[in-house]
Design a protein. Structure first.
Length: 120
């Protein structure tokens, strides 16, 4: 949601918009998040009319996220580790035309993640 929202934002407004969005996804409850979304729309709705409706249309997918404790929320919305793992796997697999077996592909993926220090 954050990435989809920020693709509409100019660089000079980036900090202000991210601060407004952070108030939504770090809210302690659903009602507080709705209030933060209303405040965001009041502040940025005129300049960026697509962002608030985007959040409202996907609200049923956001509400379960708000049920998690704040420490777990940070882990859920910070997916850099997952993206790093996918990048390492793609880097190794794209140079191979095909694999002789499924085990060969699994071994290559395992070694790629181990070399990237993403596995113990």
């Amino acid at each position: 949601m954050i990435r989809n929202s920020l693709k509409y934002v100019t660089w000079k407004d980036y900090k202000g918009v991210t601060k407004g969005l952070k108030a939504i996804y770090t809210a302690p409850s659903e009602s507080a998040a709705k209030d933060a979304l209303d405040a965001f729309e009041k502040t940025w709705g005129q300049k960026y009319p697509t962002i608030a409706p985007l959040w409202r249309n996907n609200w049923e997918h956001i509400v379960p996220f708000l049920a998690y404790p704040p420490a777990l929320r940070k882990i859920v919305y910070t997916i850099n580790t997952i993206e790093a793992a996918n990048r390492q796997i793609r880097k190794v697999i794209k140079t191979k035309g095909s694999f002789p077996s499924d085990d060969a592909a699994l071994k290559l993926i395992y070694l790629a993640l181990k070399n990237a220090r993403l596995l113990p």
